[in-house]
Design a protein around this ligand. Structure first.
Ligand SMILES: C[S@@+](CC[C@H](N)C(=O)[O-])C[C@H]1O[C@@H](n2cnc3c(N)ncnc32)[C@H](O)[C@@H]1O
Length: 295
């Protein structure tokens, strides 16, 4: 395989990408050419909020071709186009054959949540000190145990007695929190997500861990639960406040993550009509907020 690397401004990315596609590129990837430099500009926005811009100031585009001749032909054809005027060819290079599966797998090692609770990919042996494990491979849905928000929820689960509890995982992603709750004793678990791929992923991961739970779209959540877990983001968590609080049984727990340290007060205010949230944990600028509903 051969890679053709190009540099282009924001307004040429789409046209170049279409052109590379028409020129038989096997894939086209686009990266921020200024990443990790002082010129890097953040481009993300919270759900429901517009991104600050449609694309990076300068993009590095990499098109993969089966033959060197095809990469050279694409380079020469593109260079002759009007729309290529502000773009630049960075080069063509051979991509060495690699065991991509092994390379990808090597990036995912077992993750410790507590000294004896681990998230372990299926291609790894569990560490000797692991007493409780979740088997999980990276997939389409969020939640492999490496993100601080997931880790804090799992730490909370591991330090509470969920024996026999009815638990709701709202925004289940990979199902990691629901599976964790099952491992720590919860017996009636509903895991819901607006993303159908997450629902499927949760079902498959639950099976792989021999855990019984119900996964589905948000309507699946009905009635009250002794523990409600929701690792989403501050904006949707604020919108969901009345709904999540209504699902918490009297005397039950609400556990929220996906919140930045500076957002603690706005979350407390949004939930104040129903429940009093406190900061229970913090990691890498993210916080875990929890509350117990009055009996
Ligand atoms: C940050 S991931 C959390 C995944 C997993 N629970 C974890 O802790 O790693 C958030 C998940 O919430 C889902 N989500 C976002 N907004 C939602 C909403 N309004 N209702 C239900 N799920 C939602 C997303 O599709 C995503 O799978």
């Amino acid at each position: 395989m051969f890679e053709l690397c190009l540099l282009c401004p924001e307004d040429r990315v789409e046209i170049l990408s279409d052109a590379l596609d028409a020129l038989d590129a096997l894939s086209v990837s686009v990266e921020d050419a200024d990443a990790q430099t002082p010129a890097e500009q953040a481009l993300f926005g919270e759900p429901g909020m517009p991104a600050p811009k449609d694309g990076w100031q300068r993009s590095r585009m990499v098109a993969l071709f089966a033959e060197e001749s095809l990469a050279k032909e694409a380079r020469d054809l593109l260079a002759a186009q009007d729309f290529f005027d502000a773009c630049q060819v960075l080069g063509i290079r051979k991509v060495e054959d690699q065991d991509w599966v092994r390379l990808t797998q090597s990036q995912f090692a077992p993750v410790d949540i507590t000294p004896d609770f681990w998230i372990v990919p299926t291609w790894h042996e569990p560490p000797a000190q692991a007493r409780q494990i979740i088997r999980l491979d990276p997939g389409l849905a969020f939640g492999t145990g490496t993100h601080p928000t997931t880790r804090m929820c799992l730490r909370w689960i591991a330090s509470h007695d969920l024996q026999g509890q009815r638990v709701l995982d709202y925004g289940c992603g990979s199902g990691i929190l629901a599976i964790g709750a099952a491992k720590y004793g919860a017996s009636r678990i509903d895991a819901v997500d607006i993303d159908e791929a997450a629902v499927t992923s949760t079902q498959l991961n639950a099976q792989a861990n021999a855990v019984s739970l119900n996964a589905g779209l948000p309507e699946l959540a009905q009635g009250t639960y002794q523990t409600v877990l929701a690792n989403i983001l501050a904006t949707p968590l604020k919108v969901l406040a009345p709904l999540l609080c209504a699902h918490v049984q009297a005397g039950g727990h609400l556990v929220l993550a996906g919140i930045l340290e500076r957002q603690a007060q706005e979350l407390q205010q949004a939930y104040a009509p129903w429940i009093a949230l406190d900061v229970a944990d913090a990691e890498d600028g993210w916080i875990l907020m929890t509350a117990t509903k009055a009996p």
